[in-house]
Ligand binder design. Structure first.
Ligand SMILES: Cc1ncc(COP(=O)(O)O)c(C=O)c1O
Length: 361
């Protein structure tokens, strides 16, 4: 007997996690394939998580009032503007479920965060990818022109994963003015804390000006809590109410809630780590450029090599050096910024790569 299942799932590839580094004798392996924070959680955060572990026989608070209030205070909004999820990817999924009817379109730049097309298709909506510019940025005029009567939602990923490009405040304003006000604009700022471009759009500023804008933030990147799964949206209360309806009950654990609150109280210490990663990003960027590799400037905690047809060969070289990176065959390679040791290895590999691939790159 075969189980009768929903049609169409065979066409959906599940989300692929960044690979682990290969074991190479004599080399410490470094995972640079998932844009994680390479530093372990702060002791103040692990302390509250350990304490909360004593109560895991109880369900977490479904309203998560303490964390919701702390986030509302952090951003100067009302608690009714904040919705939580098990990572911002889950909040993105809530948004799609709350906004779209079957067959509605959800637009995003491509290439961007790989979960977008998966989440959209699984929700029964239709992905509407719009190619990036040759410089790896969102093509906002093309996106505005591609809006149809069925377009219900648009993701803007700023900085963009995997290219690291930013959207300027003025370009985003112009874009929002060109898009019908009933279309929800989602500004996904997973890498916000690493973005020091003064021209960049800031999601919260845009949200305060436009009621059809919602901002997505995560504790996974700068705050280093990827394994605990915590993200949130800030948006209009009438949208937030519906996100809470479509959310999986109890998806945000008590451990994640406690860790989130503790992280908000430790922002100064976390900022020191962010500063180190941003400085390292610049060092790696310059080193990759010096090695002659086609690296793009980035405002996130990763760098993009537009290696095109050389991608497989280059990715193998990184793997042979016990570095796992994210390779997109035929397009390029995304390398997360890690600890200085891992970044040194990236640069040493890049120098080998330049010798190997020049002048074809
Ligand atoms: C652009 C973007 N948004 C959202 C996420 C999801 O992060 P999380 O679900 O861990 O909060 C990621 C993770 O890589 C990302 O790159």
């Amino acid at each position: 007997m075969t189980i009768a299942q929903r049609a169409g799932l065979e066409a959906i590839a599940p989300y692929k996690q960044g690979i682990a580094p290969r074991t190479i004798h004599g080399l410490e392996p470094f995972k640079l394939s998932s844009n994680e924070n390479p530093y372990p959680p702060l002791p103040s955060v692990t302390k509250v998580v350990a304490a909360a572990a004593a109560n895991i026989h109880r369900y977490p608070s479904i309203s998560a009032d303490a964390l919701t209030n702390a986030l509302a205070e952090r951003w100067g909004v009302a608690p009714g503007n904040v919705a939580l999820g098990a990572g911002s990817v889950e909040v993105a999924s809530q948004l799609i479920h709350a906004i779209t009817n079957p067959g509605d379109q959800v637009m995003f730049a491509w290439r961007s965060f790989e979960a977008y097309p998966v989440l959209i298709t699984v929700a029964g909506a239709t992905p509407q990818p719009v190619p990036l510019t040759p410089e790896g940025g969102h093509d906002l005029p093309a996106m505005a022109a591609a809006v149809t009567p069925r377009t219900r939602m648009i993701f803007l990923c700023n900085p963009n994963n995997p290219t690291g490009s930013v959207l300027t405040a003025s370009a985003v304003e112009e874009f929002i003015d060109a898009v019908p006000t009933e279309v929800l604009i989602v500004i996904d700022e997973a890498y916000l804390h690493f973005n020091d471009d003064p021209e960049s759009a800031i999601g919260m500023d845009v949200f305060r000006r436009h009621p059809n804008v919602v901002v997505l933030h995560t504790f996974s990147k700068a705050y280093g809590l990827a394994g605990l799964r915590l993200g949130y949206a800030i948006g209009a209360p009438e949208l937030i109410v519906n996100l809470r309806k479509v959310a999986v009950p109890f998806a945000v654990t008590a451990l994640a809630q406690e860790a989130g609150i503790a992280s908000l109280q430790a922002e100064k210490e976390l900022q020191e780590r962010i500063n180190v990663l941003v400085a390292e990003r610049q060092r790696v960027y310059v080193g990759l450029l010096d090695a002659g590799l086609p690296v793009l400037p980035s405002q996130a905690n990763f760098l993009w090599l537009g290696s095109g047809i050389h991608t497989d060969a280059l990715a193998s070289l990184f793997e042979d050096n016990a570095l796992s990176v994210r390779a997109f065959p035929g397009e390029g390679i995304r390398i997360s910024v890690g600890t200085p040791d891992s970044n040194d290895r990236v640069l040493a590999t890049a120098r080998q790569a330049a010798g190997l691939l020049t002048p074809r790159l």
